[in-house]
Design a protein around this ligand. Sequence first.
Ligand code: PMP
Length: 408
Amino acid sequence: MSTFDVQAIRAQFPILSREVNGKPLAYFDSAASAHKPQAVIDAQSRYLAHTHSNIHRGVHALAQEATEAYEAARETVRAHIGASSTKEILFVGGTTDGINLVAQTWGRTRLGAGDCIVLTRMEHHSNIVPWQMLALEQGFDILVVELNEDGTLDGEMFEAHLARNPKLVAFTHVSNALGTVNDVKHWTSRAHDAGATVLVDGAQSVPHLPVNVRDLGVDFYMFSGHKTYGPTGIGILYGKEALLDAMPPYRGGGEMIGTVSFEKGTTYNELPYKFEAGTPHISGGIALGAALDWMNGVGMPALTAHEHELTQHAHAQLEGIEGLRFYGTAPCKAGVVSFLVDGVHPYDLGTLLDQLGIAVRTGHHCTEPLMDKLGIPGTVRASFGAYNTVEEIDRLAEAVERAVSMLR
Ligand code: PMP
């Protein structure tokens, strides 16, 4: 057992004191979206109540305070993921928005007919569809790395695809459907050897693991605020400065400009503002900074260890259930347990669990190509956050056993 004080953590999450269907809430859906500690709720409401103004343009006190708070949050993000400079930290709408930005700027100017890019079978739709959309227009090929039985990447196939000198390798750090933690450092280095640019989807890693983008060596990395105990509608795109500098802007408008003239055309602002057109989600950015501060207060190694213990415990408790099969049994996993039970539809199981106050996610988890390959419609997924307990997992296992006996 770790020394992690989960009860003290739980007390900071107001939503955990509510009941669902007359039962205490057991929330196992943090991979979809995590709940917010009071510190994050307070940071956002304090900003809205006391500080709000549009940022960067005003000389008055509120404009300056709001700008300072927003830029301080950017610095918090920089430090949290180990970027070299805040020029490399772009506030975006979330992981999906960040990937679309890279596809539409870097991708549109670098990928064409005769080129190929590498994705993997475990990608979320948001790291598939933007590339498919662009491939339709620009005519490049998409190569897919398939998976081994345990849900790890097929290394031989990865190497074979790299031998074709792809322009881009884009893959997830942690699978939201299987929980597999990919060896980002290794594959980034191999992809660089092959001359590729590397994009890593950090939506499921930043909430669970210490991440250092410089150590990993990645070129682009993105994550979502709402999965890291922060608000929806805000996220981060990290990009190496030289790459971002060379990329054309994504959206045009206020803030991203240097000068605008009908006669002489428009020049663009410096990084990171070149990619931040329009008034941003200011309170969201500030609250995201507060969320990362909160995670650091808990301590990333302690948080990782706690969730590892929960994942192990869930596997141990569920595996005795007759007919239950896990999807994703990689040696290195983070925060997700996906399963099916013979003869039981995942939606029926999810609905019965909900009646008992237990929130799990059922379905394809936005990974349809993975589910198709596995030949299943979806899974039941229990995903964990800082606030989950071993006792809640025991409750889940008992409830699954009971529900299965009713549904069979
Ligand atoms: N990638 C992965 C691995 C995810 O789990 C998710 C969210 N489920 C996303 C991308 C998309 O994140 P968002 O909806 O916050 O943009």
